[in-house]
Design a protein around this ligand. Structure first.
Ligand code: GDP
Ligand code: MG
Length: 739
């Protein structure tokens, strides 16, 4: 009869130890307690080819520190009882986590064999482990098993017995913990070996690591065994701890843990795992993140990417936007020539085609913007933006998850506050959520962008993209400051901890991008088609009725007649023929047409001033002029509360009047530049006001719904408008002082 062999079964909880133990020992087992504690001590016996084996099922642990009773029991058993072989049962479907314990057995140097369990589960999840490769890299045998069915257990025992019979001395594996620690560990280990410190029980290498890990149990044992050496070791460890804290802000124990994980990662990366779901992508992501979410260069890259998005959107959408403009111009032209003059024609052209066209005209721009955002989102980069922004958001009493609502609302320009307000639902803390939903309307939504583009294009021709970018940054800045203000006043409260999964980067699919782009663009178009249509008709009515009194209309007719009369008969009939599309205009004819158009525009301008909207605008002028807005701008801003898209078309009508010599073919931007009421200071003041005043009424309704009370909706209207007016007032006054 051969000498009996002792085996220990160790592994993570739920790795299948008990299953394997029962499989091996059948009923021949004994359950007792470890002396003095309530952790089960299970021992069993079996015989393999007349080799007697005693096997102990150790408590399941993830590590071998001194933090839990189970961990201490496990490692004490190993060091005190010195089993002939340790069977480390490893869950193949959870390889990376399980190998953490394995590394520590390797550090101890126990005679080890790995039972790679649950290969059936792993297979179901699309994971294959290459055992030979793993064995080669770890330097221990790896036997694949399915403990539940007993598959592979015989081979496991055969090899375990071989290990038990061959290995006599413990042979610790030298894992690197980084230059600093490696150097100290070497010195510590040599001191321990030279003085045989604790070495009747523990291998010197293991003791050294435990000292670096600040292991209470070993430190206490050390003090008892040899206070002088213990003192010396503790001093060395203290010195290196200080050094690490100073240079890297880590403790040795976390440095060691990091390197153990690094060791495992590097093993797995060398082709040990093949994963149906391309596990390499995770590592590639990690690598990319080292750069993209780096504390210093991450934000710089982020700004560059967002700025690039602008360049892309503006330069690529220019052409299609002009196509849309000509399309609606053409439709207006058709309506103009085919319909008889009257309120219906006026409503169709000014209310419907201009109103809806003004919105739809920007669809290409918005599509390009959404396409860009979809690339960022689908590739996984947007999550990194949220992750990086969390640090900043915290300062302002918000949350990393607030980023999405801001971006959806137009944080990169061209969103909509309506879905933005709804997107705040993902925020758990009610106060952070309120602060977010009250500040998202400050973003430059898709309806404000055209206004920004118009004014920037007219007054700051050269660096459009740069100015857009700056105004976007300003929107963020104001939103954050206001959020902070709210969080310090009406919305005081604690911050919630931020947990965010960073999904692995992936190449966006064209299909996904198209779907995402379309969904959002459609949302915008729907709004234009329904809400905006109704509103632009109401606004058209406000700006048309009650209409110029007869006497004034006659006045303009008389002017027209006088002009016509000043031209020879031949020119007049030339214009008539031209209007019926049966003739060409000579130079003189064109001049007559232009002069008549100016009178038409003067008339519609006078009509606007006389309208209900004009009266409101005029009434507000004494106050609004403090910020540089004349009555015509007021009308547009009033219309903007209905929907910001309306601002442009209203400005268009309001400024089609003849206070200056205008050319009928001038664009709105050109007209504004020439108007004496406008200059770059006024433009900035108006821009600022438009960016920050009351959200459009659809958003207000949404705020009321999401916040659960109209109180907040009214708050947002009043607060934003007052704030915006003060800001515009300051810009205008200071701008005038400087200019
Ligand atoms: P212990 O915590 O390490 O003792 O793990 P157990 O032996 O209690 O096993 C945990 C669970 O995994 C049990 O439900 C087992 O039936 C199951 N299990 C163990 N080994 C295997 C295996 O190889 N394949 C499958 N599919 N399940 C297993
Ligand atoms: Mg168990």
């Amino acid at each position: 009869m051969k000498k009996p062999i002792t085996m220990a079964l160790a592994g993570n909880p739920n790795a299948g130890k008990t299953t394997l133990f029962n499989e091996l020992t059948g009923s021949r087992q004994h359950v007792g307690n470890y002396p003095g504690i309530t952790v089960d001590h299970k021992r069993g016996h079996f015989t393999y080819k007349d080799q007697k084996v005693t096997i102990t099922d150790l408590p399941g642990t993830y590590s071998l520190t001194a933090y839990s009773v189970e961990e201490i029991v496990s490692r004490d058993f190993l060091t005190n009882n010195r089993p002939d072989v340790v069977i480390n049962i490893v869950d193949a479907s959870n390889l990376e986590r399980n190998l953490y314990l394995t590394t520590q057995f390797l550090e101890m140097g126990v005679p080890l064999i790995i039972a790679l369990n649950m290969i059936d589960v792993a297979k179901d999840r699309g994971i294959t482990v290459r055992c030979e490769k793993l064995a080669e890299l770890l330097g221990v045998q790896v036997v694949p098993i399915i403990a539940r069915s007993g598959q592979g257990t015989e081979e496991l025992i055969k090899q375990a017995i071989e290990v038990a019979q061959s290995e006599k001395i413990w042979n610790p594996k030298d894992i690197s913990y980084g230059d600093d620690l490696d150097e100290v560990l070497m010195k510590i280990v040599s001191i321990i070996s030279d003085s045989s410190f604790l070495s009747s029980t523990y291998p010197p290498h293991y003791t050294g690591i435990k000292y670096l890990e600040h292991d209470d149990q070993i430190l206490t044992l050390g003090q008892k065994a040899d206070p002088v050496i213990a003192q010396k070791l503790e001093q060395m460890v203290g010195a290196i701890s200080d050094h690490l804290l100073k240079t890297m802000e880590v403790y040795p124990e976390s440095m060691i843990a990091d390197h153990r994980y690094g060791f495992i990662k590097s093993i797995i990366r060398q082709g040990v795992l093949t994963h149906k779901f391309d596990i390499d992508r995770l590592y590639t992501s990690d690598k990319i993140d080292k750069v993209l979410t780096n504390r210093l260069i991450g934000p710089v890259i982020m700004l560059l990417i967002l700025f690039g998005l602008y360049q892309f959107t503006f330069s690529w959408s220019e052409l299609p936007v002009s196509w849309m403009e000509s399309l609606f111009g053409w439709m207006g032209g058709i309506a103009d020539t085919t319909l008889p003059d009257g309120p219906l024609k006026s409503m169709l052209i000014s209310g419907v085609i201009d109103g809806v066209g003004g919105v739809l005209g920007f669809v290409p721009l918005i599509m390009f913007m959404f396409f860009g955002i979809a690339i960022l989102e689908d590739s996984g980069y947007l999550a990194r933006v949220a992750f990086m922004m969390d640090r900043i958001f915290r300062i302002f009493g918000l949350h990393g998850s607030s980023v999405m609502p801001f971006i959806v609302s137009g944080g990169i320009a061209g969103g909509c506050a309506v879905p933005g307000v709804m997107a705040t639902r993902t925020l758990r803390s009610p106060k952070e959520r309120m602060a977010t939903l009250l500040t998202v309307p400050f973003m430059n939504c898709g309806a404000k962008v055209p206004v920004l583009v118009l004014l920037i294009g007219a007054f700051f021709t050269d660096h459009q993209a740069l100015y857009m970018f700056l105004f976007t940054m300003l929107a963020w800045f104001v939103a954050l400051v206001v959020a902070k203000f709210l969080r310090m006043t009406v919305l005081k409260g604690e911050a919630t901890p931020f947990v965010m999964e960073l999904p692995p980067y992936r190449f966006p699919t064209l299909r996904g991008l198209v779907i995402h782009t379309w969904e959002r663009t459609w949302q915008y178009i729907k709004k234009a088609g329904t809400v905006i249509l109704g509103i632009s008709i109401i606004l058209w009515a406000l700006m048309t009725y009650p209409g110029l009194p007869e006497s004034q209309q006659d006045n303009f007719s008389a002017k027209r007649t006088a002009i016509s009369q000043s031209y020879p008969e031949s020119i007049r009939s030339e214009l008539l023929a031209y209007n019926q599309e049966t003739g060409e205009l000579s130079k003189k004819g064109k001049q007559l047409k232009a002069e008549l158009t100016i009178i038409d525009q003067e008339e519609s301008g006078a009509g606007l001033r006389y309208s209900i909207a004009g009266k409101i605008g005029t009434f507000l002028e004494p106050v609004s002029s403090l910020a540089g807005f004349d009555w015509r701008t007021n009308i547009a801003l009033l219309g903007g509360f209905a929907a910001k898209e309306v601002i442009i078309s209203t400005l268009g009508t309001a400024y089609s009047m003849g206070e200056v010599e205008v050319d009928a073919s001038d664009s709105l931007g050109e007209r504004l530049v020439r108007d004496p009421h406008w200059n770059s200071v006024v433009a900035v003041a108006v821009l600022i006001f438009i960016m920050f005043y009351a959200p459009c009424f659809v958003t207000v309704v949404c705020i009321a719904k999401e916040a659960g009370s109209w109180k907040w909706a009214f708050f947002s209207m009043a607060f934003n408008t007052v704030f915006a007016f003060l800001a515009a007032f300051l810009v205008f006054q200071i701008g005038n002082l400087l200019g």
